[in-house]
Design a protein around this ligand. Structure first.
Ligand SMILES: C[S@@+](CC[C@H](N)C(=O)[O-])C[C@H]1O[C@@H](n2cnc3c(N)ncnc32)[C@H](O)[C@@H]1O
Length: 199
């Protein structure tokens, strides 16, 4: 959080280490090492305007930056909502401030709770899983029954270096739960769809 405050919105070259699938991470940009890469934020917004979800769920809001990029997509669509959760109360309060000042609050419901306890009503059209890396598998499995079979599941931090999220996604694919594409970004991004119910 201090790194983000010090940078004050300035862009830095991405400094996560090079991987076989992404040998030039410095070609990407970031605000800080927690917030998703700028190009991933742009991708999220474009995905929202492309698939036009009614309900987006995000786990791990941090300072609310990815939440706001998603909300911008929803605003452009003219409908939809993002429900995002942040476990840490101090970080949650910062995210709340940022969202309140953004002019995008009407598209966002931010909750100070764990993704492993958060209750969501209805069908989830897009899940962006970006909380604590070791809990991504239980988190996705928890929401899976509620995910629209035509919808999308995104798991951030899925590079071969960070490993745990990549392995969780590939395990869920081997279990027949997901179909997975591994985008070769600096921190890695899984784009997946659940198998069950897909036509
Ligand atoms: C990588 S950061 C999220 C970055 C954010 N999505 C973005 O790109 O702007 C991960 C966040 O998840 C939060 N977190 C960790 N465990 C969590 C849980 N079980 N439920 C919700 N949030 C959690 C951490 O406090 C941290 O702020």
């Amino acid at each position: 959080m201090m790194q983000a405050e010090r940078a004050a919105g300035a862009l830095l070259p991405e400094y996560h280490r090079a991987t076989p699938e992404c040998p030039h991470p410095e070609r990407w940009s970031m605000y800080d090492s927690m917030t998703a890469e700028v190009e991933v934020l742009e991708f999220l917004r474009t995905l929202i305007t492309t698939v036009k979800p009614e309900l987006v769920v995000e786990t791990g809001a941090f300072l609310g930056v990815s939440t706001l990029w998603i909300a911008e997509g929803l605003k452009r669509n003219g409908f939809g909502k993002i429900i995002s959760c942040e476990l840490d109360p101090v970080v949650f309060a910062k995210a709340q401030e940022k969202i309140a000042a953004s002019g995008l609050s009407e598209w966002i419901e931010l909750r100070n709770e764990s993704s492993l306890e958060m209750k969501i009503d209805g069908v989830i059209d897009l899940l962006f899983s970006d909380s604590d890396m070791p809990i991504r598998e239980p988190e996705v499995k928890r929401f899976l029954p509620q995910i629209n079979p035509q919808g999308l599941i995104l798991m951030h931090d899925a590079s071969s270096h960070l490993k745990i999220v990549r392995e969780a996604a590939l395990k869920m694919e081997a279990e027949g739960l997901l179909s997975v594409v591994l985008l070769p970004t600096p921190r890695g991004l899984v784009v997946a769809q659940k198998r069950e119910g897909r036509r």
